[in-house]
Design a protein around this ligand. Structure first.
Ligand code: FEO
Ligand code: CA
Ligand code: CA
Length: 665
C-alpha cells in the first residue's frame, strides 16, 4: 500500500479510526552515517572511472551510464523486444491496455477459493465464510506451474495472492458502526494469503479458478503458523498463549513476496505496527518500529487482547517477518523465517549465488529505512528437496551501505561483529534479528527513500530496487540528500540498481547507480522531470523482470495526490515497461480510479500476465468515509470490477494477447 499521504495532500484528523496507516511514518532517528566514511573506498576491480563518477554525482545515473564493475557481464544484458504502442494516461474507471491485448477478471475480494460460500456484498459474509474467500486488497502474488514429465505448464498452476489489509468501512455491510468481536474476526479473516488453483482453457483461452481444488486454502491473521530460525523460542518471542515462542496465530499486512527455487512462496509482513495498540511509554524497540498508543487503527485490540501491548507486550515481536508457504502441501503450516530479519518487509526476492547459496533481497518500506539481503549458510540442492526446507533458517543477514563513490558494501548483522555486541546492548543473534532496525542503525546502513520491490535481471544478475518517494528527504531536521537518494523533497521517487562484485549475489561489495529519477518529462520544474525517457510516472512500487528481461514497473501514487499538483498529467495508477539498456519507459496499463496497481506474475511461456488492482475507489483519505459507513455511494469513484452500483473490489486480472503472443514483446 502507499504509506499514506507521502505526496500528501489530504489527511484525516488524528485518531480517525478508519485511517490506521496514517502515522508519522518516520521511526528512524538514528545517527548512523549518511555518507560512506572516509577510508571506506574500495579497491576492487569494480572500480569506477572519474568520468562516470562525475556523471553520477551530477545525478545522471541512468542507463546511459554503462554499468561499471564486471564489464564482461554487461554484454549479457540482451535487449528483448518491446512491441506494443504505449497508451495515454487515463482517468477512466477501467483497466486499459494497448491495442491487441485483452483483460479478464479472475479473482476478486469475496470470491471463494474453492467451493465455499459466494460473495454477498450487502447481506455480508460471515467471518467463517470470509476465511474461505479472497481477502481484501490483493498485493504481491506468484504463479507456480504444475510440472508433468519435467515440463512446466503454462496453462495450469497454483496462484498465491497476498491480501495486504482491509478497509473495514467497505468490508462490513454497515461499515465500522458498532465495532464488535464478530467484525474483528471478519477483518482478520480478510487478511493474509490465498492459494488458488488456476487453469487456462487451451493455449489461448480464458483463465478460471478451479473449484473445488484440493490445493485451495486461505491463510489469515488467525491461522496457526510455526516460528523458525534463530529468534524462535527467544524470551521476547514468548507470550501468555505461546510459552515456547514458536507458534503464532496469523500473518498480516502481506505486501510483496518472493518465490524459492524449491517451489515455496514467501509472503512479507509490512506495516504490522498499525495493528497494535501501544502504551503511553513505549520501549525504544517499540518506538523504532512505530508501535505507540492510538496507533492501532484496525481496532482489533478492542476484542483481541494480543493486539493490546499493555496486555501482551511480546505479541508485536512476532510480526514483521517473512513467511514461507508450501502451496503444494495444504496441510503444512506456514513458517515465519526469523533469520531474514524483522522490519516492515516489502518483498523477498530470491537469487542464487554462484556456489548455490540462496540470496534473498528485501526492502524495509518506510522513509529513511534500509535495504537488506540474506545469504544462506547452506547450498540449494535440487536433488535433495527435503534439505531445502531449512535453507532460510541458517545464514547471514546484511544491510546495505551505498557509498558516494558508486561503490557499496553489505554490512553483516551478526552478533559479535559491526558493533552488535553485548556491551552495546545486543544479547545474542535472536536479539539482533528481533531488533533488526536497531542493529542496522548500529552497523551504519544508508537511509533510503522508502525501499519497495526488488527485481533481479534474469540474464545480467543486476539488482533493481524501487524507492517509491520521500517528501521529507532534505527537509529541516531530516537526513540530507546523498548520492543514492539525490533529490530533496523526492515526491516522484527513483529506481536504484547495483551489480554484486563479480556478478555473484553472495558477495559483500557492489557497484551501484541510479537507473532513473522518476518524474513527468512535461513538468515545468526541471527537477520534477527526473531522468525519464518516455512516459511520465511517479511513486514506483511493484517491480519485476519477465523471463526475457523486460522490466515492469507498477505505481502507487497516494490516492490524495492522484492526478493533482505534480501528478496532474499522470492520471490513475499505472504499469509501464522499461528497456533497461536504453532507459525508455512505455506505459502498458492504466488502472481504474483510486486504485494502485501491484502484484505481477506470469506462467513460463509469458503469454499471460497476472496483475492485481488494489483498493479501487479509495478516497483521498485512504479509507472509506467512516462518517457514512453504509452507503455504497461513499465509493462513487469506482465500482470496479462490476457494473455501476456495486462495491469496488480489489481483484486479480489476467492480460492476454489477442494473437496469443508473449505479453509486452
Ligand atoms: Fe505495501 Fe510498501 O507497499
Ligand atoms: Ca507495495
Ligand atoms: Ca507502496
Amino acid at each position: 500500500m502507499e504509506l499514506k499521504h507521502d505526496a500528501g495532500i489530504i489527511r484525516l484528523p488524528p485518531n480517525t479510526p478508519q485511517n490506521p496507516m496514517d502515522d508519522d511514518l518516520i521511526s528512524n532517528d538514528s545517527r548512523n552515517p549518511v555518507f560512506t566514511p572516509a577510508g571506506a573506498s574500495f579497491t576492487s576491480s569494480a572500480g569506477i572511472d572519474p568520468l562516470r563518477r562525475r556523471l553520477l554525482q551530477a545525478g545522471l545515473g541512468s542507463a546511459a551510464l554503462a554499468f561499471f564493475g564486471a564489464p564482461a557481464l554487461a554484454a549479457a544484458r540482451p535487449r528483448p523486444p518491446i512491441g506494443f504502442t504505449p497508451i495515454a494516461a487515463s482517468l477512466a474507471d477501467v483497466v486499459r491496455v494497448p491495442e491487441g491485448y485483452a483483460v479478464h477478471l479472475l479473482y476478486a475480494w469475496g470470491d471463494p477459493v474453492s467451493d465455499g460460500a459466494a460473495f454477498r456484498p450487502d447481506a455480508g459474509n460471515s467471518a467463517a465464510e470470509q476465511a474461505e474467500q479472497a481477502g481484501m486488497h490483493h498485493d504481491g502474488m506468484q504463479f507456480f506451474p504444475f510440472v508433468t514429465n519435467g515440463k512446466a505448464s503454462s496453462t495450469h498452476g497454483l496462484l498465491c495472492v497476498n491480501h495486504e489489509y482491509t478497509d473495514d468501512g467497505l468490508l462490513h455491510p454497515d461499515g465500522m458502526a458498532e465495532w464488535s468481536h464478530a467484525k474483528t474476526l471478519k477483518s482478520q479473516s480478510a487478511h493474509g494469503v490465498s492459494v488458488i488453483e488456476v487453469e487456462r482453457t487451451g493455449a489461448t483461452g480464458a483463465w478460471n479458478v478451479v473449484r473445488p481444488s484440493r490445493y485451495a486454502r486461505r491463510i489469515t491473521a488467525r491461522t496457526p503458523l510455526r516460528i523458525a530460525g534463530p529468534a524462535a523460542g527467544a524470551p521476547a518471542m514468548r507470550t501468555k498463549d505461546d510459552r515456547r515462542g514458536n507458534v503464532v496465530f496469523g500473518t498480516l499486512n502481506n505486501c510483496a513476496m518472493g518465490a524459492t527455487p524449491w517451489g515455496t512462496y514467501l509472503t512479507c509482513e509490512e506495516n504490522f505496527d498499525g495493528y497494535f495498540n501501544g502504551t503511553e511509554t513505549p520501549t525504544p524497540e517499540q518506538k523504532r518500529y512505530g508501535i505507540r498508543r492510538g496507533g492501532a487503527g484496525y481496532r482489533w485490540h478492542e476484542h483481541d487482547s494480543r493486539f493490546d501491548v499493555a496486555t501482551e507486550p511480546n505479541e508485536s515481536n512476532r510480526f514483521g517477518w517473512v513467511v514461507e508457504i508450501d502451496p503444494w502441501n495444504p496441510a503444512k503450516p506456514a513458517v515465519k523465517r526469523t533469520a531474514l530479519g524483522r522490519f516492515k518487509h516489502e518483498g523477498a526476492t530470491v537469487a542464487l549465488a554462484g556456489d548455490g547459496r540462496v540470496v534473498v533481497y528485501m526492502g524495509d518500506d518506510e522513509r529513511f529505512e534500509y535495504i537488506y539481503k540474506f545469504v544462506s549458510r547452506d547450498r540449494y540442492d535440487p536433488a535433495q528437496p527435503a534439505a531445502n526446507a531449512g535453507l532460510l533458517d541458517h545464514g547471514t543477514l546484511y544491510v546495505a551501505r551505498f557509498g558516494d563513490d558508486g561503490q557499496g558494501e553489505w554490512l553483516a548483522l551478526e552478533h559479535g561483529s559491526n558493533g552488535l555486541t553485548a556491551a552495546n546492548g545486543f544479547a545474542d543473534q535472536a536479539d539482533v534479528l528481533i531488533r533488526t532496525r536497531q542493529a542496522a542503525d548500529r552497523a551504519g546502513a544508508t537511509k533510503m527513500d522508502r525501499p519497495e520491490w526488488i527485481a533481479v535481471h534474469p540474464q545480467s544478475g543486476e539488482v533493481y530496487c524501487t524507492l517509491t518517494n520521500n517528501s521529507q528527504r532534505g527537509a529541516a531536521g531530516m537526513p540530507p540528500t546523498d548520492a543514492a537518494n539525490p533529490r530533496a523533497g523526492n515526491g516522484f521517487g527513483h529506481i536504484i540498481r547495483w551489480r554484486e562484485e563479480g556478478g555473484d549475489a553472495a558477495q559483500t561489495r557492489f557497484a551501484w547507480d541510479v537507473f532513473v529519477l522518476c518524474g513527468d518529462p512535461q513538468h515545468a520544474d526541471e527537477k520534477k522531470r527526473g531522468t525519464v525517457k518516455g512516459d511520465a510516472f511517479g511513486s514506483p512500487d511493484g517491480l519485476w523482470f519477465d523471463a526475457q528481461g523486460r522490466l515492469w514497473v507498477q505505481t502507487d501514487v497516494a490516492s490524495g495526490a492522484l492526478n493533482r499538483g505534480d501528478y496532474e498529467r499522470l492520471g490513475n495508477n499505472q504499469m509501464l515497461v522499461a528497456d533497461v539498456e536504453s532507459g525508455e519507459f512505455r506505459r502498458f496499463l492504466t488502472g481504474p480510479k483510486g486504485c494502485e496497481i501491484t502484484g505481477i506474475t506470469a506462467p513460463p511461456d509469458g503469454r499471460s500476465l497476472f496483475i492485481n488492482v488494489q483498493h479501487p475507489g479509495e478516497t483521498a483519505g485512504e479509507r472509506s468515509d467512516p462518517a457514512q459507513p453504509t452507503a455504497v455511494s461513499n465509493w462513487p469513484a469506482s465500482q470496479f470490477p462490476q457494473a455501476a452500483g456495486g462495491r469496488p473490489r480489489s481483484a486479480t486480472v489476467v492480460i492476454t494477447r489477442l494473437d496469443g503472443g508473449v505479453i509486452g514483446a
